[in-house]
Write a protein that binds this ligand. Structure first.
Ligand code: F0G
Length: 458
């Protein structure tokens, strides 16, 4: 018989996790103001808050860690890391930062001016935050396909070229760059096709606008291109990734995702003027140019992680696990953004909690219910995360309201996926009895979801 699919690694080290009682969870969630970011990790059984910095490093990465060079300047570990980035992406200038948003902060400090317009395929919240805090405007130009969660399309992360061209045309001279996010986290970890990457860049360049690739999950994107896009089936992940980067002018990276490290990030570009400009902000914000917020050992582990995670088997293992969970949800009839994304399943909360009005935040409510059910911590990627409109200060209800079940890399087994699916099914089965959501009692002006305080509406 044909052998079944199995992980491309075996486990060398384990970390115990603990179940809790419903009564304990009720108390803990109340103390956390119904915001799962405020929970202690010991209060969580299976943690799907994020895939960011939560992955398991390999034996090779731990070995590299021991070899880290902690010199303040000119560290060997920096050059190992920089050379790996250059080999994988083709970008020769590399600025290390402590994580992705720090890369945004450094680069945008140089590039973004008040009143600028920065189009993108659903900017991640920190990206949007770094644009809006500079009194510039982040305009979403994602394809409309992404809005229909039940539509099966291979590249729902794509840019709508019509929407993009409209923005470029109407704001000539006022668009410092465009942000192309791969995969598109906000709409469900959905990939962007090579064709769309190429056409987006061509269009931007026609208007003299450079493209910055937000590359947090570039390897997962490359995997989907290999699996789904004609002409790429025989190319390696490394070849595909390099082609993706060849069309754009710069990348910002949260290495905590596809870099397989717990902390780290960088900017890479061939634009010498941008490199010179961004450098000036790296030194005061992040640190000297050969460490920029990272330890030498972290850069050493990152160099290995980037190489490892651009190998097919590693990505195939990961995406299979996400798809395994998706299949379970299919069995139970639970609606999510189809097809399953690269790093997560995005449950369509509005379609589950149909009795909870959007003003009462269905996805946040479902996140709380899932935690109370079993101690599984998911994350709202919806109306709370969308923040208020910077001008009108109204809640932004225009997008999608998801509960993200985000899978850390190389951390959980498919038995854990079974528990997650069963927990969600139990909530799903009693969905009609959930009639009220949550109300905000305190919120920050920007990126409110991290610290928001909520009460359950009785
Ligand atoms: N860009 C994307 C697409 C992201 O998903 C993230 C982080 C960032 C930039 C910022 O990177 O966290 O290293 O500062 N996403 C995490 C998440 C937090 O849970 O999706 P960072």
């Amino acid at each position: 018989m044909e052998l079944p699919f199995a992980e491309a690694w075996k486990i060398k080290m384990v970390e115990p996790i603990r179940k809790s009682t419903r009564a304990e969870r009720e108390k803990w969630l109340e103390e956390a103001h119904n915001n799962i970011f405020m929970l202690k990790s010991e209060q969580v059984y299976i943690d799907l808050l994020t895939d960011s910095g939560t992955g398991a490093m390999s034996d090779r990465q731990w070995a590299a860690l021991m070899m880290g060079d902690e010199s303040y300047s000119g560290a060997r570990s920096f050059f190992e890391f920089k050379d790996t980035v250059t080999r994988l992406t083709g970008f020769k200038n590399v600025i290390p930062t402590h994580q992705g948003r720090a890369a945004e902060n450094v680069l945008f400090s140089y590039l973004v001016k008040q009143g600028n317009v920065v189009p993108g395929n659903a900017h991640f919240d920190t990206t949007k935050g770094h644009i809006e805090s500079r009194k510039a405007f982040a305009i979403d130009v994602t394809t409309d396909e992404a809005k229909d969660t039940q539509l099966e399309a291979p590249f729902k992360g794509n840019v709508s070229l019509e929407k993009l061209e409209k923005v470029l045309k109407e704001n000539q001279g006022n668009v410092p760059f465009m942000v192309l996010t791969v995969t598109n986290n906000t709409v469900g970890g959905q990939p962007v096709s090579m064709k769309n990457i190429r056409e987006t860049s061509e269009l931007c360049h026609k208007y003299g606008v450079p493209v910055v690739m937000d590359s947090a999950r570039f390897a997962e994107n490359a995997y989907f291109i290999k699996i789904r896009e004609k002409g790429f089936e025989n190319k390696t992940i490394k070849e595909i990734a390099k082609e993706m980067f060849s069309y754009v002018d710069c990348m910002t990276m949260s290495a905590k995702k596809d870099g397989l490290v717990n902390m780290g990030g960088f900017i890479a570009t061939n634009k010498d003027d941008w490199y010179e400009g961004a450098k000036k902000f790296c030194i005061p914000f992040e640190g000297f140019l050969t460490y920029g917020g990272m330890n030498g050992r972290d850069m050493a582990a990152l160099a290995v992680g980037l190489d490892e995670n651009t190998e097919f088997d590693m990505l195939d293992t990961r995406i299979h696990q996400v798809q395994y969970l998706a299949k379970k949800l299919d069995e139970y009839g639970i609606p999510y953004q189809r097809p399953a994304g690269g790093h997560a399943i995005f449950v369509d909360a509005d379609k589950v909690l149909t009795n909870v009005p959007k003003e009462e935040f269905p996805a946040q409510t479902l996140t709380c219910e899932l935690y109370l059910e079993s101690g599984v911590r998911a994350c709202e990627i919806g109306y709370i995360l969308a923040d208020r409109d910077p001008v009108t200060r109204e809640n932004r209800f225009g997008g999608l309201d998801f509960v993200r079940l985000c899978i850390p890399r190389r951390v959980y087994t498919n038995n854990h996926m079974d528990v997650i699916a069963a927990s969600l099914k139990n909530v799903f089965d009693r969905r009609d009895s959930i009639k009220h959501g949550v109300r905000i009692t305190w919120e920050a002006e920007l990126m409110r979801h991290f610290t928001v305080q909520l009460e359950r509406i009785k």
